[in-house]
Write a protein that binds this ligand. Structure first.
Ligand code: 86X
Length: 515
């Protein structure tokens, strides 16, 4: 497989986390913690925490990463939620091939022009060149829509609502980052077709709401629902909606997921037409929408700390880790039995609990290990706890220690897990909100951008003005762009002018640097 020149501007992963090469000495778990601090060296901290937290292993192809069970289980929990919700909406799962024939890719030429360098191609089988090279899907419009054209004949064939869970490949050249920017990633892509625009419009927002829930209810990350500008929308579509998250440490916005109304652009291109009730030929209205494994990266960036990952209870595959704390002369068997009983009681109540009985690690080592992995709640059971018929619980997010009587264990653990989930969201929201700055003038805008803020400004909504903002903010850290116009628009008083052009303002829009 070849994907063009891949030597451009790639940051080499650190030696101790890189795959490949001779100096492959993988950093052994020492339990001593991270060597980088989140507030001092965010980039290195992130690379280290995803590896030490056992989410990611680096791979010997740049931009590709091994998703280990600890991260995959998070993906699966979100998948279970989202999959059930879209099934309620009568969306059906399917699977289309990984490979795209070049002819069909051509068809979408106008829209893939800018993307073409990112397309990876298979050119050989064994030693012989393929007669016709085959592309690997970067997204599946061109794979799926010829069949939509075939399957949609009359109005009774609509709506057609399909989704697939799959991998896609985009051969990116800018610095790869686990989850955030990888050359292969997992996603769901939904592709739907309707007889009317209003049905399509409704679905765009229904899906966007599910994306908000994934971020806010599962990942405990606040997001802003909004609409992308003409410059930032998917060029092939009519309009693009988004949930935008923010990473305070870098001062960058990040698109969390996207739900597009494609209008009739693709039905024109792929001849997706149907006979309507009046017997006339009509073009289908289409949507597409996706969220990716990027969600996991945003979660690490927002919640992680200097001890490692911090997992929200709702997505943690282990919500409670039980650790025996035996002393030499203590009743070790009694402690082990209490640990087993605790796991059993919690598991029966639907709480994901495990015990760490490994005898080659000390309790202290285990504490840091599970803190590194971000388990929301640790339960320690020692001789004193055994004697008092209690356990000691320690919260990962706050470090707070609470003694829990074993009689009310389930209720109290449930309550604490709920509190952790709620508190992670509240803390993240306060930090995010503290980074939002409302400005009215260009000078205020530039100042806020210098302070790595997410900037809310009144805008005239003109493409040329956004291009101008990009040009005027070009620099070391990257240009500012519009992130989204929030669905919930604050009032725009009469006479409000655009922060960048001085023309009458049409809408409030978030601006900033972004991923
Ligand atoms: C845009 C648009 C759309 C379905 C979504 O955002 C939701 C799910 N697709 C994706 N896009 C491309 O069309 C694209 C095309 C090529 Cl050829 C490429 F190499 C990269 C791409 N990246 C994004």
């Amino acid at each position: 497989m070849a994907g063009g020149d891949n030597k451009k501007a790639e940051k080499k992963p650190k030696a101790n986390v890189s795959g490949g090469g001779k100096k492959k000495e993988v950093k052994k778990e020492t339990g001593l913690g991270l060597s980088f601090k989140k507030d001092e060296n965010f980039g290195e901290w992130y690379s280290e925490v995803v590896v030490s937290g056992e989410m990611i292993e680096y791979y010997d192809i740049s931009g590709c990463y091994i998703i280990r069970p600890w991260a995959m289980s998070i993906w699966e929990i979100m998948q279970t939620f989202f999959d059930a919700e879209i099934k309620k909406m009568k969306i059906k799962n399917c699977y289309f091939p990984l490979f795209v024939s070049p002819g069909v890719l051509e068809k979408e030429k106008d829209h893939i022009e800018g993307f073409a360098p990112e397309v990876a191609w298979v050119t050989k089988s064994g030693q012989s060149d393929l007669e016709v090279p085959i592309a690997i899907r970067p997204t599946s419009e061109t794979v799926m829509y010829p069949y939509y054209s075939k399957w949609i004949r009359g109005h009774r064939d609509l709506p057609l609502k399909l989704n697939q869970w799959c991998n896609v490949v985009r051969w990116e050249f800018s610095n790869p980052t686990p989850f955030i920017r990888s050359r292969e990633f997992l996603w769901q892509e939904g592709h739907t077709a309707f007889a009317t625009k209003s049905e399509a419009d409704t679905e765009v927002l229904d899906i966007l709401e599910l994306y908000r829930r994934i971020y806010e209810e599962f990942m405990a990350i606040p997001v802003i629902k909004g609409k992308k500008s003409e410059l930032e929308k998917f060029a092939g579509g009519l309009y693009t909606t988004t949930v935008e998250a923010f990473v305070p440490n870098t001062g960058r916005g990040i698109q969390g997921a996207t739900s597009h109304c494609l209008g009739q652009n693709f039905s024109n291109m792929f001849d997706i037409t149907f006979e309507n009730e009046k017997g006339e030929k009509a073009k289908a209205w289409q949507n597409s929408w996706a969220y990716t494994t990027r969600t996991i990266g945003v979660m690490v960036m927002v919640h992680g700390d200097d001890k490692g990952l911090v997992l929200p209870p709702k997505v943690a595959s282990v919500q409670v880790i039980v650790i025996p704390v035996p002393y030499k002369d203590a009743d070790t068997q009694g402690i082990f039995d209490a640990c087993n009983a605790t796991v059993e009681t919690l598991s029966e109540a639907g709480i994901r609990a495990e015990a760490d009985f490994r005898d080659n690690y000390s309790p202290g080592w285990k504490y840091s290990h599970w803190e590194m992995k971000g388990v929301p709640l640790r339960i320690e059971i020692g001789p004193k706890d055994l004697a008092n018929n209690q356990v000691r619980a320690v919260r990962r997010d706050s470090g707070a220690k609470i003694d829990l009587p074993r009689a009310s264990l389930v209720e109290q653990v449930k309550e604490i897990l709920d509190k952790i989930q709620e508190s992670l969201f509240e803390v993240a929201k306060q930090r995010r909100d503290a980074c939002i700055q409302t400005v009215k003038t260009w000078d205020e805008f530039v100042e806020a951008l210098g302070q790595r803020k997410m900037i809310l400004a009144p805008w005239c909504d003109e493409v040329e003005v956004e291009k101008d903002v990009k040009a005027r903010t070009k620099g070391e850290m990257g240009a500012a762009k519009s992130l989204c116009s929030p669905m919930e628009q604050p009032e725009i008083p009469e006479g409000t002018i655009c922060f960048a052009s001085g023309k009458p303002a049409k809408k409030w829009t978030y601006w900033g640097r972004s991923y």
